[in-house]
Design a protein around this ligand. Structure first.
Ligand code: UDP
Ligand code: MG
Length: 338
């Protein structure tokens, strides 16, 4: 903690901080805190819930404000626009101070009671206690199939092993959080980051519940780009694929050239063959464009990293402990509207 920061704006450090990324979850806010409060009161001495409002366009923020007025354990940071769940989690990790931190979805798909078990394991000495979903029946069959494909790819080619069924629902000790904060990547794939930092970890199975209100905020388009982020950040698979296919195609070309040379020697040159020529020209230019595209994706990501834009912009803070100077200094964020 920064020695120059005014101590007066801080309330005592809570034992447990709960981060809740929220995007248009107005109906779930009160319900979630209602369910969380007794569980937290039952297992820790002090706690805070930090909502990270990811640019909601409904009444999410006004409901959080109302709740924070009644409940001093409720705080929020609110983004200037939608930055995505991964970045909301990063902001949450930057802004909490608990000796342990839990990340939970707002829609009650993650049963709050499991937190008691998380805390018990943390007290036993585990630094990371992750929830493992026992089944994915709450997702549609297509999403489930694609998810499985993604994880099996990741398992073969990714640089870190991801524990099966582990998601964002987890408890982390403050020292794990401190290390996660040091990762300034723009293309965030938290599941990979959690695994990458290591520490003594254990999985706790839980049953994913149905969403209480509203709909999933993840479209197939968002999930696909998320999956690509994951593979691109934690493996070089996309680049390797182009090397493999390029090699295979070149060997075909060499074989074809040999056949052609032999044929010309024995039978002389023949003019026909334009269709195959056109087809191969089109095929190879297509392949080249695909791989240029893959390289372009990487260049785009490198560009995004080197620009060093702030990861997020906070428009408003709700509740106690606002404006921690060291947080703002760490990433050079701006506080608009303060
Ligand atoms: N979320 C977010 N920003 C987004 C999308 C989602 O903060 O751009 C939050 C959302 O409000 C919820 C959590 O992330 O608390 C999980 O989202 P959702 O339930 O839509 O995802 P799913 O359960 O389908 O994976
Ligand atoms: Mg959900």
């Amino acid at each position: 903690m920064n020695a120059q920061s005014p101590a007066a704006i801080y309330t005592p450090i809570p034992e447990l901080s709960v981060i809740v990324p929220v995007f248009n979850e107005g109906e779930n806010i009160n319900l979630l805190v209602e369910k969380l409060a007794p569980v937290l009161a039952g297992c820790v001495s002090s706690w805070e819930v930090l909502f990270v409002d990811d640019g909601s366009r409904d009444d999410t923020l006004s409901r959080i404000r109302a709740l924070a007025l009644q409940n001093p354990n409720v705080r929020a940071v609110s983004f200037s626009r939608n930055f995505g769940k991964e970045i909301a989690i990063a902001a949450g990790l930057d802004h909490v101070r608990g000796r342990a931190v839990v990340i939970i979805d707002a829609d009650l798909q993650h049963p709050p009671e499991t937190i008691a078990t998380f805390v018990a394991k943390w007290r036993e000495g585990y630094d990371m206690v992750y929830g493992q979903r026992v089944d994915r029946s709450t997702d549609g069959p297509a999403r489930r199939w694609l998810t499985e494909r993604f994880y099996s790819l990741f398992e073969r080619f990714g640089e870190t092993a991801l524990p099966a069924g582990a998601g964002d629902y987890r408890l982390m000790d403050a020292k794990v959080v401190e290390n996660l904060r040091r990762m300034g990547e723009r293309a965030r794939f938290s599941k990979g980051l959690y695994a990458w930092v290591g520490f003594k970890s254990i999985g706790i199975p839980f049953e994913v519940q149905d969403r209480v209100h509203g709909q999933s905020k993840f479209s197939y388009r968002k999930l696909t780009s998320f999956a690509f982020d994951g593979l691109a950040s934690f493996s070089t698979l996309p680049l390797k694929v182009s090397t493999y296919i390029g090699t295979i195609i070149s060997s075909f070309a060499i074989i074809y050239a040999l056949i052609f040379a032999v044929k010309t020697l024995f039978y002389g040159a023949d003019v026909p063959g334009f269709p195959s020529l056109i087809v191969s020209v089109m095929f190879f230019s297509g392949i080249q464009l695909v791989f240029l595209g893959i390289i372009g994706e990487y260049v785009g990501r490198i560009f995004a990293e080197v620009k060093r834009r702030p990861l997020y912009i906070i428009a408003e803070e709700v509740g106690p402990d606002s404006a921690r100077p060291e947080i703002l200094a760490r990433r050079g964020e701006t506080l608009i509207g303060k």
